[in-house]
Design a protein around this ligand. Structure first.
Ligand code: HEC
Length: 192
């Protein structure tokens, strides 16, 4: 290392030392209090927003979607499924890839596709992929099943989830029934 460089580094250390010793005083001169306050807050807000989602409803969980299913757009759901095809196949003779094949998934038992190695977290889940559990899972997979190995952020828009689930419903020889009015009402009072 040449001398000039060494000197510069020494100077930097000295300055740092002085700043540390001079403490508040120098800091006050260099960075007035008001400016500090201004800087601190936006950073905090940004971090909080980064963890969740920028929209205000992100902490409330998924909005109800049963009412949207009857009028959902299966074609739009099929287009959305491009987000899934890196990991999933959808056809009746589809194979397991990074994720299990998804033909006949609505009302199927969770974690039961033949020959797929599920995570412990999903294996432990009991129950079915009905409309509500699919709504919750697709909203934020890692929140609904902590420890799932499905690396997908989620579909935040209720219409996207409804279209996606309507498409999944269509992937069966006999698609399961659409939700009844009672189920729609029950879901609304449960979630809201
Ligand atoms: C990056 C890969 C990846 C993407 C993208 C992805 N998935 Fe998955 N998915 C997985 C994996 C891996 C699992 C198994 C999770 C486990 O075992 O914890 C899974 C599991 C599932 C299950 C549960 C299946 C069962 O048999 O229990 C459903 C339903 C599902 N995914 C739907 C979707 C949909 C719909 C999309 C697109 C909107 C999607 N996934 C996008 C990798 C992915």
């Amino acid at each position: 290392m040449d001398n000039l460089k060494t000197n510069k580094i020494l100077a930097a250390f000295l300055l740092a030392g002085l700043l540390a010793m001079g403490g508040g005083k120098i800091a006050e001169i260099l960075v007035p209090h008001e400016e500090l306050a201004e800087n601190a807050y936006p950073i905090e807000i940004k971090e909080v927003a980064g963890i969740g989602d920028s929209n205000a409803s992100s902490n409330k969980g998924p909005e109800p979607i049963l009412a949207l299913l009857a009028s959902a757009d299966v074609q739009a759901g099929m287009k959305l499924a491009k987000k899934c095809t890196a990991c999933h196949e959808f056809s009746a003779d589809g194979k397991n890839k990074t994720g299990p094949m998804l033909w006949n998934i609505v009302d199927a038992s969770m974690g039961m596709k033949d020959g797929f190695q599920y995570s412990d977290a999903l294996t432990k889940m009991e129950g079915q992929w009905d409309y509500s559990s699919l709504n919750a899972f697709l909203y934020k997979p890692k929140a609904y099943i902590k420890g799932t190995k499905m690396n997908f952020a989620g579909l935040k828009k209720p219409t996207d989830r409804a279209n996606m689930i309507a498409y999944l419903r269509s992937l069966a020889e006999t698609p399961v029934a659409l939700p009844s009015q009672e189920q729609i009402d029950a879901e609304k009072s449960e979630i809201n």
